[in-house]
Design a protein around this ligand. Structure first.
Ligand SMILES: [Fe+2]
Ligand SMILES: [Fe+2]
Length: 300
């Protein structure tokens, strides 16, 4: 009988994620007071499997979000917050195809055509997603081009920079970890979440194109599944780097999203007003009060 695969990755000085093909995942904390050497401090060298790789990737995201658990903002969702989330979605999408192609051409140079082909395919799939966010902003009666040209939400800037930097690295494998992190979180969105956002929008307005496509209903779910399958085929050193970057990206993403969620509606309205040079056609308290906090999370 083939042996079950176990994978592990050290993501901080003292925490390793351990995952089995069967789906079990542990967070292992090394104890420096013990004399026995920590077996998980040594990088893994074996093959991967989809079952164990997904445990490492999702474990890394969970660990990143634990860091802000106690400070997690739970705001009332509003149209203003949704518009800001769409602006964030625009900025995290607009350079994605170009960045992915840059990383792909680097892997071609490095003699890794399989990684280059995977990244090229992702670049094709992500093309035009910035336009979806822009259309949604416009559907809400806001001059989208002007808004995105003059405004990048503060919490989103570090994410954009991270992806730019990762794709420009000499060995840009971390770009896969970053992308997985964003897509996995987007794919958590369910039909009910989209329906709730619709109730925020004015009668007859469809401003959920980006959200639909970046949810469990759209292409995001298959992007996540394809990435897991692909990462599982990579050599152990690449899988380790991908998981480590998934963790680093989830820290940035959790902090960045929370930063935006902690803003008051008045602050958000003021940021939008400054960017477009006029007040939004939406007043305060335009949202129903019974929407769960996760709906107000940035849309991607
Ligand atoms: Fe996308
Ligand atoms: Fe995607």
């Amino acid at each position: 009988m083939a042996q079950s695969v176990t994978e592990w990755v050290k993501v901080t000085d003292d925490i390793s994620i351990i995952s089995r093909q069967s789906g079990e995942v542990w967070f292992h904390t090394s104890d420096s007071t013990k004399e026995i050497a920590d077996p998980f401090a040594v990088p893994m060298t074996g093959v991967g499997s989809a079952g164990s790789t997904v445990g490492l990737l999702d474990g890394a995201i969970n660990l990143g979000f634990v860091a802000i658990e106690k400070r997690l903002a739970r705001p009332e969702p509003t149209v203003a917050a949704y518009i800001v989330a769409l602006v964030g979605a625009y900025h995290t999408s607009v350079d994605t195809p170009r960045n992915l192609r840059r990383a792909a051409s680097r892997f071609s140079e490095l003699g890794r055509p399989e990684v280059a082909a995977y990244l090229e395919e992702r670049a094709r799939e992500e093309t035009g997603h910035d336009r979806l966010a822009l259309k949604d902003v416009r559907a809400l009666g806001v001059p989208g081009e002007r808004l995105v040209a003059n405004y990048i939400p503060e919490g989103i800037k570090p994410l954009c920079k991270r992806f730019d930097d990762l794709c420009a690295e000499e060995y840009p494998i971390g770009s896969i970890g970053y992308s997985y992190c964003l897509e996995r979180i987007a794919a958590l969105k369910q039909e009910a979440d989209i329906a709730r956002v619709r109730t925020l929008c004015p009668e007859g307005v469809d401003a959920t194109r980006f959200l639909r496509s970046h949810s469990s209903l759209g292409s995001e779910a298959s992007h996540v599944a394809e990435t897991i399958e692909f990462v599982a085929t990579l050599p152990a050193s690449d899988r380790t780097k991908v998981v480590q970057e998934t963790y680093e990206s989830s820290l940035l993403l959790a902090e960045g999203y929370n930063h935006e969620l902690l803003k008051s509606e008045a602050e958000l309205l003021e940021e939008i007003r400054k960017a477009i040079g006029e007040a939004l056609p939406y007043g305060r308290g335009s949202a129903p009060s019974n929407i769960e906090e996760h709906v107000a999370r940035p849309v991607a």
